[in-house]
Write a protein that binds this ligand. Structure first.
Ligand SMILES: Cc1ncc(COP(=O)(O)O)c(C=O)c1O
Length: 416
């Protein structure tokens, strides 16, 4: 019998040269951001706080967007293309009917800071530097986005300022050190640095923070510091656009082994890794190029089950209502959510693109219990069989993949 490869490898020459923009392929136009009925215009403020090139990409209707050569070089420097792995040892541990269930995982953990967030950080900081800013500022939940932005800023000689959800800031001192090694200023959020943070701390000095609050602090910092610009790590169209490099590579890798997935799974906080992974495949289906019935599943936490228990309506993307209102599945921007180890999944809403696809019934979602036992038990099986330590957020993707594999196994047994 021929040996089947465990690693499906692309050469840097095979790195996709364009990002995929799903906007022109969506079943209906994506609802645009809007202002609330009262108060100043947030939409008009956007060019004052965000990178102009990213804003242009946010509303672009062009299906394929060329990745500048400089960003291609940065991607290669950061280790792209990334491996697609066949989880053969995990498959064995699940004892599937012979050769029937194949499990694959994409190794975004192999980026310099350990996650997919680098894919958009490099692009956003490259454009920010081109536009003459000297500082990038942001929020972070798990700490992955903050370290990715700090890393990108250090490569391009920009300063970085990170507002980090206090609960996670306190239990990840190693990651804090990493950000500081890249030269970042890092503040636990809510912080005393901004009006938003001070207001919240006045009411509750021990507030654990949330992504929505940290976003408000990052935006306020950008608006009150000349030459500083705000970069967001998820939710917005241009972030998902940059992340499509993941799915475009995966598509080529599946082509190499003559396979096409039946089920695609990814964890979802704001929706950037999920979107980056699945949108190129969903696009092929929407354009009628593939007629296969594929299941797309977003794995969430019941601490923030936006796609499972949220309402599809306009809401703010941050706690202090500094952003325009976006049409998304939301739990409400003031929602207090219990803390979990997968802090990157604790956000009140899902990206507008993902929300529309959910609304149209194109994607499924599942939310795992707040105690995280089931998720981490599944992740343990993965660690014991595959040997790699996933991020707490990625553990949700793994748990959901194992659950789906076991369900498929049961169905196959019944049929045989
Ligand atoms: C490793 C990892 N995966 C997933 C997420 C969730 O974010 P998103 O839904 O934007 O991919 C985070 C967020 O911090 C993360 O750190």
């Amino acid at each position: 019998m021929e040996r089947e490869d465990v690693q499906i490898v692309l050469h840097p020459d095979e790195l996709p040269r364009k990002w995929y923009n799903i906007l022109p392929d969506l079943p209906e136009p994506l609802p645009r951001p809007k202002d609330p009925e009262m108060g100043p215009s947030r939409v008009e403020l956007l060019p004052k706080m965000m990178v102009k090139k990213c804003l242009e990409q946010e509303f672009s209707e062009q299906r394929w967007i060329k990745i500048p050569d400089e960003i291609i070089d940065l991607y290669i420097q950061a280790g792209r293309p990334r491996l697609l792995y066949r989880a053969k040892r995990l498959e064995k541990a699940l004892k599937p009917p012979e050769n029937k269930i194949k499990l694959y995982y994409k190794r975004e953990d192999l980026s310099p800071t350990g996650s997919h967030k680098v894919n958009t950080a490099l692009a956003q900081v490259f454009y920010a530097a081109n536009e003459g800013y000297d500082t990038v500022c942001t929020e972070t939940g798990a700490g992955q986005w903050g370290s990715a932005l700090a890393y990108a800023a250090s490569l391009m000689n920009l300063k970085s300022v990170v507002f980090w959800v206090r609960f996670t800031y306190n239990w990840k001192p190693g990651r804090r050190t990493l950000m500081k090694l890249y030269g970042a200023e890092v503040y636990p959020s809510p912080s005393n640095i901004t009006e938003t943070g001070r207001e919240i701390l006045k009411k509750n000095p021990d507030h654990p923070g949330s992504l929505g609050i940290a976003v408000s602090e990052g935006l306020e910092f950008a608006l009150t510091h000349e030459n500083a610009v705000y970069c967001l790590g998820s939710v917005l169209n241009h972030v998902l656009l940059h992340q499509t490099i993941i799915g475009l590579e995966a598509r080529k890798q599946f082509e190499l082994i003559d396979e096409y997935p039946d089920v695609m799974i990814s964890c979802l906080g704001g929706g950037s890794n999920f979107g980056g992974f699945v949108l190129p495949f969903i696009g092929e289906i929407l354009r009628g190029e593939i007629s296969k019935d594929i299941k797309f599943i977003a794995a969430q936490t019941q601490a923030a089950p936006s796609l499972v228990g949220g309402e599809y309506r306009y809401d703010f993307a941050d706690h202090a209502e500094k952003t325009p209102m976006l049409k998304m599945y939301t739990l409400g921007h003031k929602k207090e959510m219990p803390t979990v180890y997968a802090e990157g999944l604790r956000y009140h809403a899902a990206a507008p693109i993902i929300s529309l696809l959910r609304h149209k019934g194109i994607i499924d979602a599942v939310a795992y219990p707040i105690d995280e036992r089931h998720v981490f038990e599944r992740a343990r099986l993965f660690i014991k069989s595959e040997g790699f330590l996933p991020a707490p957020e990625s553990a949700y993707s793994i748990a959901c993949a194992i659950d789906e594999a076991l369900k498929a196994k049961k169905t196959m047994k019944k049929r045989s």
